[in-house]
Design a binder for this molecule. Structure first.
Ligand code: SF4
Length: 284
């Protein structure tokens, strides 16, 4: 199928997600996150555009998806981009999907998702994942320049969680930028109504590393030593050394469990630390 694709066509050995599909109305993204991985494999990534004949193709392909399947919206874009305000393709896609026996996992950083609360509340199986990296507005402005502030995302989370299951992707952990003060972040995530925290560490791709070091010059030497000299290469990404990753992930787990939140890490190889399915789908 051209539009609804297998979530992990490359069969990444580190991925422990249940089998699922991926769907996006848009190609590219306007949020400008420095650490973005999708920008390395999508042309003109910072110029988001709608997919041609999206609704027509979706209506055709959705009939072939087995009942009960999970569809994630979206993995290499945000379903609530600026474009969505006007052309509402994500909303129209949800209107189609609600007529099928499917589990829908919406992943977003945008408060625009609240516009569709009326519709989301009436969907049979829906899970929202809000991505959040820190509480510090200045840091967030540099790391994710065109996204809603952390406080706005927490408010969005609170409004959604009154009606729907919501998990948080505390993702990525960029050592040492956002790996301090995790306690207050996780407490606020809990008090805003999330059910689970999903986390992973930042991985280097050549283009995201260029953006990171040009913005955070003070960490260039440290990152070069940790990633390029001591790090691990896996599936075309460069990871932090295993011990440091495990320490960071374990710290998040401890804080999550202290708040009675579900916990999982994503594509780190530490599945034994997970207390819930790695993508939050335990909460459908
Ligand atoms: S929201 Fe996601 S897809 Fe968009 S720039 Fe940020 S990381 Fe990339």
């Amino acid at each position: 199928m051209a539009l609804i694709t297998s979530f992990d066509p490359w069969r990444n050995k580190l991925c422990s997600c249940p089998a699922k599909y991926s769907l996006s109305a848009y190609t590219g993204c306007n949020h400008g996150c420095l650490y973005c991985y999708a920008s390395s494999y999508i042309k003109d990534f910072g110029r988001p555009r709608e997919k041609k004949d999206f609704l027509k193709i979706l209506s055709r392909e959705i009939k072939k998806i087995p009942p009960g399947s999970i569809i994630t919206i979206a993995n290499s874009s945000d379903p609530y981009l600026n474009l969505e305000k006007k052309i509402k393709l994500t909303r129209q896609a949800l209107e189609i999907l609600k007529n099928y026996d499917l589990k829908i996992n919406l992943v977003t950083k945008s408060s625009l998702v609240l516009r569709d609360l009326d519709l989301l509340k009436n969907m049979k199986k829906i899970l929202i994942a809000i991505s959040l990296t820190c509480l510090d507005q200045k840091l967030a402005r540099k790391l994710e320049p065109r996204t809603p502030s952390p406080q706005e995302r927490l408010k969005t989370l609170k409004s959604l969680s009154a009606y729907l299951p919501v998990v948080v992707r505390l993702d990525p952990l960029v050592y040492p930028l956002n790996t301090e003060n995790l306690e207050s972040l996780i407490k606020q995530i809990k008090s805003s109504g999330a059910k689970q925290i999903i986390t992973s560490t930042y991985k280097i791709k050549p283009d995201n590393f260029k953006r990171m070091v040009s913005t955070f010059r003070q960490h260039q030497n440290l990152w070069q030593a940790l990633y390029l000299e001591k790090g691990e290469r896996k599936n075309n990404y460069i990871y932090l050394p295993e011990k440091l990753r495990k320490d960071l992930i374990s710290r998040v787990k401890k804080l999550a469990l202290a708040e009675n939140l579900g916990f999982s890490s994503c594509r780190e190889g530490f599945n034994q630390l997970n207390t819930a399915l790695c993508d939050g789908s335990s909460f459908f």
